[in-house]
Design a protein around this ligand. Structure first.
Ligand code: GLV
Ligand code: MN
Ligand code: MN
Length: 412
């Protein structure tokens, strides 16, 4: 009997997980290592166990469910993340993890034991919305940063990753990266408009663009908004606001894939009639071309230096994340395309605009991603939506690809 996916299980589980940390409008707030994240983790671990997977938790809180093969050795791994941004949707990350579990269910029900083991993982703090850098669990897994560096990352209240992992009971005993997969495949919603606009069913992801995150703290002088002449102002808020406008124009002028976002900005004392003495803001720059990304970083830094001088304010910069663009394994990318087409789906090769755990896993083993459309390209938004038929179509591509990879012969 060929393995068949159960649409009702996949859709039902997505719904059940989305109820944890549910927020108005249909979205989720399960920031990494919060109580909500713990409840979500416990639920998914329970599902993994029900499916007969042997579950391990590593020292950065990554959870791996392993299904034994006819032979031992490196598994074929799939997975993603179940943490969300504060205003997250229900599909980002969660879809890839729960679809991985449905692959396992389909194999279980068909009585298939694959040649190679299969693993389904969820990685800690992919979003980077509470602790930076983003993709933290998979980055540690791939050896990109050490445990102590990750443990020391703090949120805005000064609470550290290591303490939160311990508090929610997910500082596990296993060394991250101890299980090196033979291949990694991540299924994810596109989170952008391309597939929806072009009415294409499956995105064959060839690469992930580079990411540059910097937090700036500006110090000026608070003064009376009515009495301080413009020539005497040392306005921290002015610099922050000017960077927002500058970065947006820069991205337009550079064209190509360059994007720029000032997503956080906070003023002190934040009062209508006081010139701000302090501003903290972030700049998120991304490009598929690292030379272009570096050029954008240089332009932003030069603009900040110029305004800091003219406004007589001090600026401190802290790099929160910096990842170069990643190219996925061409052979595996080709197999994503093959299986999508064999299932009669329309396909399109594309880069990923968002960051993903897969970009870290490519450091460890051949990796690829499968995208499904996001309605109106909305994501990191409670209205994030993907049609059920598209969710199932993507999971079918994942199932067939996992089966092929898990049956493949060749050196281990
Ligand atoms: C993670 O979701 C990112 O791309 O910001
Ligand atoms: Mn994601
Ligand atoms: Mn996300």
């Amino acid at each position: 009997m060929p393995p068949r996916l159960s649409p009702s299980h996949l859709l039902g589980n997505l719904e059940t997980l989305a109820a944890i940390g549910a927020i108005e409008g249909g979205g989720c707030a399960r920031l990494a290592l919060t109580d909500e994240d713990k409840v979500g983790r416990d639920l998914v671990v329970g599902w993994m166990k029900e499916l007969g997977l042997s579950v391990t938790v590593d020292a950065i809180g990554n959870v791996i469910g392993l299904r034994a093969g006819r032979e031992t050795g490196a598994p074929i791994m799939t997975g993603s993340h179940i943490d969300t941004v504060r205003t997250g949707g229900r599909y980002d990350g969660n879809y890839g993890v729960l679809a991985g579990l449905e692959v396992v269910r389909a194999l279980n029900e068909a009585g298939i034991v694959t040649r190679r083991p299969i693993a389904v993982a969820f990685f800690t703090n992919e979003e980077g919305a509470r602790f930076q850098p983003d993709m933290m669990g998979s980055l540690v897994y791939a050896g990109g940063i050490g445990l102590n560096e990750a443990y020391a990352a703090t949120d805005k209240d000064g609470v550290a990753v290591g303490d939160e992992l311990r508090r929610i009971g997910y500082l596990g005993p296993v060394t991250p990266g101890a299980l090196k997969p033979r291949a990694f495949v991540e299924l994810h919603i596109e989170q952008g408009p391309i597939l929806d606009e072009e009415k294409v069913q499956i995105g064959v992801v060839e690469s992930v663009q580079g990411i540059s995150w910097t937090e700036y703290t500006v110090t000026g002088v608070s003064n009376h908004a009515g009495t301080t002449p413009m020539r005497l102002r040392r306005d921290a808020g002015y610099l922050a606001s000017s960077v927002n406008l500058f970065a947006r124009k820069l991205a337009w002028d550079m064209g190509g894939d360059q994007v720029a976002t000032v997503g956080e900005m906070a003023f002190r004392p934040n009062l209508i009639n006081v010139v701000p003495h302090r501003a903290v803001f972030t700049v998120d720059l991304r490009n598929t071309d690292d030379a272009q990304l570096k050029a954008a970083e240089v332009e932003v830094a030069a603009h900040i230096a110029e305004v800091a001088t003219s406004e007589k304010v001090e600026v401190e910069a802290k790099v929160l994340a910096r990842f170069e663009p990643v190219i996925f394994d061409s052979g595996l990318v080709g197999r994503v395309e093959h299986h999508a087409k064999a299932l009669g789906r329309s396909t399109r090769r594309m880069p990923s605009g968002a960051g993903h755990d897969a970009q870290m896993m490519q450091r460890l083993c051949p990796t690829a991603m499968i995208f499904v459309p996001s309605v109106a390209g909305l994501s990191h938004n409670v209205k994030e939506h993907t049609e059920a038929a598209d969710l199932i179509a993507g999971a079918e591509v994942l199932l067939n690809l996992m089966l092929e990879l898990a049956e493949a012969r060749g050196p281990r």
